[in-house]
Design a protein around this ligand. Structure first.
Ligand SMILES: N[C@@H](CCC(=O)N[C@@H](CS)C(=O)NCC(=O)O)C(=O)O
Length: 214
């Protein structure tokens, strides 16, 4: 089987794939795509995985494929009910947390427009509400959906490192439930999750610095 991954080091959706490749020690051909994603990706987005020429461009579908093809170490459990929680939380992280924080990219180089401050304020509040929602579903687990690292955790390193960089940049703090603080500490103590947390944090810091210079 011929696998080729089109990826971009600044992309939050690609960060999920970077994490799973490292966690499962998978080595595949990677192409760093800068722009013109429409020339290879059916949805003009990255990540995009070519599986014998079949182009799959949804990070969730790519993760599920890699989990099936390389089952060890597993990012799912033996229990369908736990797996449904894993998939539900993975979707919530992508759609809610990452969905909201992505909006901050466009506000990094602040304009003099009076609505910018209010927009930033609202995005920070939105993130606080999403963290509460996730925390209520998560309950007492060590990681997001169970006591083991799972598919639900793959986008967490990028989200939390990005949040840290945006908190510094916008000089604002998100109020996090205590259990989420503990989760973030667990994430930073896990070898592979922390590696991606550091890598992506560096990418975002560099992105912000370049944007401010432009
Ligand atoms: N739901 C998609 C979202 C992918 C996505 O939006 N990727 C961004 C990068 S993080 C992208 O390619 N945006 C188009 C662009 O930057 O031109 C997934 O999970 O793969």
């Amino acid at each position: 089987m011929n696998l080729k991954l089109y990826t971009n080091s600044h992309s939050v959706s690609c960060s999920k794939v970077e994490f799973i490749l490292d966690f499962k020690s998978i080595e595949i051909d990677k192409i760093e795509a800068i722009n013109n994603y429409g020339s290879f990706s059916p949805t003009a987005t990255v990540p995009c995985l070519s599986i014998d020429g079949l182009m799959i461009s949804d990070s969730g579908a790519i993760l599920e494929f890699l989990e099936e093809k390389y089952p060890e170490p597993s990012l799912l459990s033996d229990h369908p009910n736990v797996n449904s929680k894993i998939r539900f939380l993975a979707t919530l992280v992508d759609e809610k947390l990452v969905g909201s924080i992505r909006k901050l990219f466009g506000l990094v180089k602040i304009t003099s427009h009076p609505s910018d401050g209010l927009m930033i304020e609202n995005i920070f509040k939105e993130i606080e509400n999403h963290l509460l929602l996730i925390n209520n579903i998560r309950k007492e687990e060590k990681y997001l959906a169970s006591n083991e690292v799972s598919l639900a955790d793959c986008n967490a390193p990028a989200f939390f490192s990005m949040l840290k960089e945006f908190e510094i940049h916008f000089n604002k703090e998100v109020i996090k439930p205590n259990e989420i603080r503990i989760y973030e500490e667990n994430l930073q103590m896990h070898k592979n999750l922390y590696k991606e947390y550091k890598r992506y944090g560096f990418e975002i810091r560099t992105w912000i610095a370049n944007k401010l210079l432009s």
